[in-house]
Design a protein around this ligand. Sequence first.
Ligand code: ADP
Length: 493
Amino acid sequence: ESNLKNQEKNITEEGEKEITVELRSEYRNLKLDSLKEIEKNLIRQKLYQIIEINLQAIVRKNNEASTSADDAVLYMSLIGAVTILITFSFILNFPGYIANPIRELTESIKEISKKNYSQRVHFKSNDEFGELASAFNKMAKKLDDYENSNLAQIIFQKKRIETIINRMHDPIIGLDENKNILFVNGAAIVILGILENEVIGKYAPDVALHNDLLRVLLNEIEDVKPLKIFAENKESYFIKETLRIFAEDKLIGQVIVLKNVTQFKELDAAKTNFIATISHELKTPIASIKMGLKLLEDNRVGTLNEEQKKLIDNIKEDSQRLLKITGELLDLTQVETGNIQLHYKPTSPKEVVDYAFQAMKFQAEQKNVSIIIEIENNLPNLNIDLEKTAWVMVNFISNAIRYSPENNKINIEVKRDSNNVVFSVKDYGKGIDIKYKNKIFDKFFKVPNGYSSSGTGLGLAISKDFIESQQGKIWVESEPDKGSEFKFSLQVL
Ligand code: ADP
């Protein structure tokens, strides 16, 4: 019953329904009489028929399915082949489509980095590459405009600076860090006697081989003395100044400037002449004042009372000082005009010391200052001007006495130091502050608040000239409140 019900629900094939209805009627008959053999056979027959119909359906459907599968394989193969073809062409063409514009763009960027701002890219498509090309071209144009406007400005500024340098009266020479000549202004061209286009870009020491003045200018040693240069039919004086130019601690070049000091030199010469004339003219009246004083002291003229004697002593002292000052001024003018006459002769160092000691003995005794002299044995003779050298020694001793307290001592020492003989005068006075160590050798310099009001500030300046004109050296070693030691050295020949 249950199987028959299932069959009735599952009728799918043609003729199956009729057989199932017949089966149901046979089955009903069988239920009424279960012993009816004929019914059973009929039922069996109907069941076989149903099985047969369904088996035939299975075979048919199987065949249909196989045919469909074969068709499907064919279609799939076709689609696969077409897909492979499309993919293959894509693989071949797509990289070029992406890479070509990128390659062109890379080349253009390289050109821009080489400052070739006229570079442009030409992508014709309307996609992202097209947009990229137009953005790139806009950027390149802006850079081009900027470069051109900047260049014009830089050229203008360069021209302006060149004009300023050229118009300057002081000769100026510019070198790069490798000493190649960058520029020479008009004034430099005139005094060097060169042609601008022949030297620009040249290695300066090479040019200096044929130009004596340039050789002097390239000399690294700073010369404090003005250079005498004959140019444009006249003699001029210049002071060389070398400016080293640094950028971020790196030397990028140097500028040699020659300051024209001819005018100052002329004024200085006028001043020296004036001083020389005045001091010379003063000597005669001072000498007659001294003569007058001497006559006044003579009893034959009349006796003087104590008060008058004191006044005369004061006038004597003052005229002595005046004479010393005029003498020093005359010496100075001699040095300055280069008229200093040196009389070289072989002289023993002891002679110099004795000469100075004799001159200063009286002054030392007056202040009760003892002078202790130590001269090394067997010192060689020196080829020097005795008077000028002794003058320096006198000046040292006179200062030592002046700047020492009373009842003190002074040490004079003469020693050999390799190829030199060193003379020294040591006192135990006030000493000199380190900041004035070199200044005291300048003309008219006196240590501020020093206890010298009577001095002229010329003695050491003249001493320096006297010693240096004999190729010697002069210096001071001093400690405030302990004393000073003035020294000079002269070469043994
Ligand atoms: P001045 O005629 O003034 O002594 P100098 O040229 O001889 O001229 O000396 C210059 C200055 O150096 C002096 O004014 C003084 O201030 C200082 N000076 C020179 N010698 C000594 C010394 N022995 N001790 C201290 N100061 C000195």
